[in-house]
Design a protein around this ligand. Structure first.
Ligand code: ZN
Length: 150
């Protein structure tokens, strides 16, 4: 059994946005030579998520609408209120104190997905794609792929 870990940098264009990273995962798995095992896809951020679903523009717009209706970007968030906030205030990027909605949206989604690898291929269903979901703003994101198997 071997463990292969790779970190990929992905620049996101806007938020909310669903970026299909299935091809990157397939290439990374192929390069490892692992035939049977799992790949975990993990994002190292609190305002971007990893999710599996269908790449269909109607559904994606429906879900963007749901995220923005549930946690609208322009309503009051304690996270954005620098008059009361005392923690994690050393970020030099001014987007960090305006993204309360993105943290809340992220809690509905999640940080990783794990996909079985069988005969060297991801066992995705016909309509399944893996998405990096940007929730904050255009950013540089780090996505870790860890392949475990033989
Ligand atoms: Zn924040």
């Amino acid at each position: 059994m071997k463990v292969h870990t790779h970190t990929f940098i992905i620049h996101t264009p806007r938020a909310p946005e669903f970026i299909d990273i299935t091809g990157e995962i397939e290439s990374a798995v192929k390069k490892t030579g692992v035939k049977n095992g799992t790949v975990t896809v993990y994002v190292k951020h609190t305002t971007a998520a990893i999710r599996i679903n269908e790449k269909e523009s109607g559904f994606i717009q429906d879900f963007k609408d749901y995220l923005n209706k549930t946690f609208p970007p322009h309503q009051y968030y304690r996270h954005n209120d620098m008059k009361i906030r005392t923690e994690n205030i050393d970020c030099d990027d001014d987007r960090c104190d305006k993204n309360g909605h993105a943290h809340c949206q992220h809690m509905l989604l999640g940080t990783s997905e794990t996909i079985p690898i069988v005969d060297g291929k991801l066992t995705l269903g016909r309509w399944q794609r893996v998405f990096l979901v940007e929730l904050c703003s255009p950013r540089k994101r780090e996505v870790v792929f860890q392949v475990i198997g033989e």
